[in-house]
Write a protein that binds this ligand. Structure first.
Ligand SMILES: Cc1cc2nc3c(=O)[nH]c(=O)nc-3n(C[C@H](O)[C@H](O)[C@H](O)COP(=O)(O)OP(=O)(O)OC[C@H]3O[C@@H](n4cnc5c(N)ncnc54)[C@H](O)[C@@H]3O)c2cc1C
Length: 401
């Protein structure tokens, strides 16, 4: 999602782009059941995907906008609610299957002038020749470029070739994901409850079902995956409901389940010689704040803006000065988010003091300033966000008044 967005934004800005991708996405079929991987896209991320030429197709297909978000403590002793209108927003976010976003971007890229797609191909090695990087691919082909953008995910080969180390937060946790139906359809609320083992989230889908992410210890996740559907639904219902009259109440259908490891990683540098890192290649987030791909899309927008400005000043887009600017901006943003999510997660774990947690939630729930600051960052519209994420168009950046 992030790499294709960078490629599209740069090509639309007049740069020549070569995309190297290991696997072409399958065409998205809205008649198939909802996929296991969905993400909550912030309004800022939607602006970026719009400028990348993919959001219209997403809006014309299966998606669910949500205007209401609830975060609560495991015993419901503390709760924070957010409603879109109180922040002057039409929506807090949109739940979309990752596959639909990948397919929409791929289609946009396939039709774009200035883009060459090399797929299936994999990056093998990185060498240099004067003012260029040479990327060697597994087929033996070589790509010569002024700048290499490593958007190759959590196990990034580009990051490895650049020798960039990372800070790791290992939680020994997995996120069990699945799509569930409930007797009372999900009324379009993104709801999260912090349980003993980790957060449980219900994200609303267009047909009233919910996409569930249940974070728990690895062993517990394996146990949950082994359960038959009826037992899983009954454990999920208990975990989600706690009391008989609490939403979502009775759960009545379940699609396939899977579990994904949950970690947090922050690269110590976002750039190397004639190369930068974006998205999960640069940072991996715990999904409790639903910010991983959102932050990655803001990297894509930020990098595009820096490269447009560099070209306007006739600077070399792969020069150290330009790349350090990107590194400082985007790494500091990811650091704020990573450390914030880490603290939030710690606050809700059983070892944390319940009183402190409730006091903290209470302060946020009652203070308009704290709620607004939280929401501005979650929707990607804080002061430091790229202009594209705040709704500015590529055209206005390319032709400033
Ligand atoms: C359970 C769960 C729930 C989540 N929910 C949310 C959410 O609600 N909101 C949110 O913002 N984020 C969420 N995230 C995080 C989000 O899924 C990731 O941040 C996002 O998918 C990362 O996208 P990416 O494009 O950076 O990397 P990837 O999706 O990993 O893409 C990397 C691409 O690089 C290609 N590639 C890899 N190696 C090579 C190579 N050597 N050569 C060529 N190509 C290569 C791969 O084929 C792939 O296409 C969630 C994560 C999990 C685990």
């Amino acid at each position: 999602m992030v790499g294709a967005s960078v490629a599209s934004l740069l090509a639309r800005s007049g740069f020549s782009v070569v995309v190297v991708e290991g696997r072409e996405p399958e065409p998205f079929d809205p008649d198939l059941p909802v996929g296991l991987r969905v993400s909550a896209f912030s309004p800022a991320a939607a602006c970026v995907l719009n400028e990348a030429g993919a959001w219209r197709q997403v809006e014309n297909s299966r998606h669910c906008a949500y205007r209401h978000m609830v975060v609560e403590d495991r015993d419901q002793s503390a709760m924070i609610e957010f409603q879109a209108p109180e922040f002057g927003l039409e929506r807090l976010g949109t739940i979309v299957e990752n596959h639909l976003v990948q397919w929409s971007l791929w289609q946009a890229l396939s039709m774009m002038a200035g883009v060459e797609i090399l797929c299936p191909e994999e990056v093998e090695s990185l060498e240099y020749e004067q003012d260029f990087a040479l990327v060697e691919l597994n087929s033996g082909k070589r790509v010569r470029a002024r700048l290499v953008v490593g958007a190759d995910g959590a196990n990034s080969r580009v990051r490895e070739l650049l020798g960039v180390a990372q800070d790791h937060w290992e939680y020994g946790q997995k996120g069990v994901v699945g799509v569930v139906g409930s007797l009372k359809p999900n009324p379009g609320i993104a709801w999260q409850r912090f349980l003993e083992g980790g957060p449980l989230a219900f994200l609303p889908l267009a047909d009233g079902t919910s996409s569930v992410v249940w974070s728990c210890a690895e062993k517990e996740a394996e146990r949950l995956l082994q359960l038959d559907d009826k037992s899983f639904l009954s454990e999920l219902e208990w975990a989600a409901t706690g009391s008989p009259d609490h939403w979502p109440g009775e759960l009545n259908s379940l699609g396939p389940r899977a579990a994904f490891p949950l970690t947090m990683r922050l690269s110590e540098r976002y750039c190397g010689r004639r190369a930068v890192l974006v998205g999960d290649a640069a940072h991996v987030m715990h999904p409790l704040a639903g910010q991983g791909v959102n932050l990655g899309l803001l990297d894509a927008a930020g990098l595009t803006e820096i490269l447009i400005q560099a070209r306007q000043k006739q600077a070399d887009i792969g020069s150290e000065k330009i790349l350090v600017k990107y590194d400082r901006w985007r790494r500091s943003e990811a650091e704020v988010m990573c450390r914030g999510v880490h603290t939030l997660r710690g606050l809700f774990m059983p070892e944390s003091l319940g009183l402190l947690r409730r006091a903290g939630l209470g302060v946020v729930a009652r203070s308009w300033t704290a709620r607004e600051a939280f929401m501005r960052r979650a929707t990607g519209q804080n002061g430091n966000a790229p202009a594209i994420a705040k709704g500015q168009t590529l055209t206005s950046l390319l032709h400033p008044a």
